[in-house]
Design a protein around this ligand. Structure first.
Ligand code: GLN
Length: 198
């Protein structure tokens, strides 16, 4: 879209391309973010799935941890999926030694809460904020949201009550991967947040 705000995908590790393709399909002007200057040039950031401890470590090596925290503090819209949710959580259970998060979401998440890669599954989720049609969600060694503080709100839970989607102001965090099942509504919601600030 001409004149539309530029949207970043944190491109240190993980499924960067899938998010970039989905956002481009929604008409967004997408750019990879690997350096502080690239973060400065975007109005919103997707933190993809991958391996949260690796993304954390690389973000510190690339000098992005503090700029990302500052952007969260300024209210920059961000969408974190899977490892991205872990990185946006204020507290991480079962993190590796020394693992840090950016924080911002008033939640506690547990890494790898759904078991191993071979235990990946797809589920249909009710997400009332996104309308009637259920969300098709792919869970791949995802985290679960173990507790939700007063500043965050639940967008969706599995039928057994485990919370898998949360929101707080301009931050959205998902335990699963909407980008690999063709689910576009979370990304649209994220883009709407950016447009609302522009
Ligand atoms: N298990 C990964 C982690 O802890 C997340 C998996 C994913 O993003 N698909 O970061």
């Amino acid at each position: 879209m001409a004149g539309s705000p530029k949207v970043g995908v944190l491109a240190l590790q993980g499924d960067v391309r899938e998010h970039a393709a989905l956002l481009a399909g929604l008409g967004a002007d997408v750019a990879p973010v690997r350096r502080p200057e690239e973060l400065e040039a975007v109005s919103g950031l997707v933190i993809p799935g991958g391996e949260s401890s690796v993304i954390d470590k690389l973000s510190r090596i690339f000098g992005l941890q503090e700029p990302i925290r500052a952007a969260i503090g300024r209210g920059m819209p961000m969408l974190g999926t899977c490892a991205g949710l872990i990185l946006l959580a204020d507290e991480v259970v079962d993190a590796i030694e020394g693992q840090e998060s950016f924080g911002g979401l008033d939640v506690v998440v547990r890494r790898n809460a759904f078991g191993r890669q071979v235990e990946s599954f797809e589920a249909e989720l009710d997400v009332p904020e996104l309308g009637q049609a259920p969300v098709k969600a792919a869970f791949i060694r995802g985290p679960v949201v173990e507790s939700v503080g007063s500043a965050a709100s639940v967008l969706s839970a599995l039928p057994d009550g485990r919370v898998v989607a949360v929101e707080q102001g301009n931050l959205l965090g998902l335990s699963f991967h909407p980008e690999i099942t063709g689910e576009t509504r979370f990304h649209s919601r994220f883009l709407d947040r950016i447009t609302a600030r522009a």
